[in-house]
Design a protein around this ligand. Structure first.
Ligand code: CTP
Ligand code: CA
Length: 227
């Protein structure tokens, strides 16, 4: 059962939301990416705006139009996302990382289109790790700043997500089962479990991403009032 949100309950708060999926270039015409559309992050940004917050929305390659009334920044790669998040977080009360960040990128980016050759039937790509944005944010986080992650899992949802709360020093994680079509990646609906650092869990029904976002904002507003 969700509480009705009092309008303006996050008035005066500065919020940074990330959305979409990063693209990691291989050459001028190709990149590695994932199935993130930006829909969940955009719904979260819009819900914060409706609650009266000042919202910076940093989006990696979204497939949909951003909400109006937010400070919108577009990025492509994980490295660009890291730089923008770090800069915006300094003045923020809350960060919600809904973006699907590529864990690896091609070790070399060719400046010309890579050509296939007649004799090569296989090709091996070398990838290198991207920075973990949430782990970097944990090193500059002040007490009072809330940091919330998402966990995209196909299996062992709660145990995998719980480990991420600890390893990334999060206040909360939104555990998202991405194994079923109809919810999660690029779907209009979602079903998530909100997991708190202290161990409490709240599971939503299958609902529109807007309704899931409203529940997240309600929980955050309550947490901000209590601290
Ligand atoms: N994340 C991040 N920087 C990365 C990778 C992920 O900040 N380089 C953030 C995501 O935005 C998300 C959270 O970390 O909020 C969890 O992302 P997820 O991909 O589920 O977890 P990983 O830690 O990358 O672990 P794995 O993909 O191996 O499950
Ligand atoms: Ca990952």
């Amino acid at each position: 059962e969700s509480l009705k949100l009092k309008g303006g309950s996050l008035a005066g708060k500065s919020v940074v939301v990330t959305a979409g999926g990063t693209r990691e270039p291989l050459d001028p015409v190709r990149y590695l990416t994932n199935h993130s559309s930006g829909k969940m992050g955009f719904a979260v940004a819009n819900a914060f705006k409706n609650a009266g917050a000042n919202v910076t929305l940093i989006a990696a390659n979204p497939l949909i139009t951003p909400p109006s009334g937010v400070n919108f920044i577009r990025v492509e790669t994980a490295a660009e996302l890291l730089a923008e998040v770090k800069q915006a977080f300094v003045h923020a009360d809350i960060l919600v990382m809904a973006a699907a960040v590529a864990d690896y990128r091609p070790a070399k980016v060719a400046n010309k289109k890579i050509k296939k050759t007649a004799d090569n039937q296989t090709m091996t790509l070398e990838l290198v790790r991207n920075p973990d944005i949430l782990k970097e944010i944990a090193t500059i986080k002040h007490p009072g700043q809330l940091v919330i992650g998402f966990a995209a899992e196909t299996n062992d949802l709660i145990s995998n997500a719980t480990k991420k709360i600890q390893s990334k020093n999060l206040d909360m994680i939104v555990a998202n089962d991405v194994s079923q079509s109809g919810i999660g990646f690029n779907a209009d609906n979602n079903q998530v479990t909100f997991l708190f650092a202290a161990g409490k869990q709240i599971k939503t029904n299958v609902e529109s991403k807007a309704k899931v976002a409203d529940q997240l904002i309600n929980i955050i507003a309550t947490q901000m009032q209590n601290q």
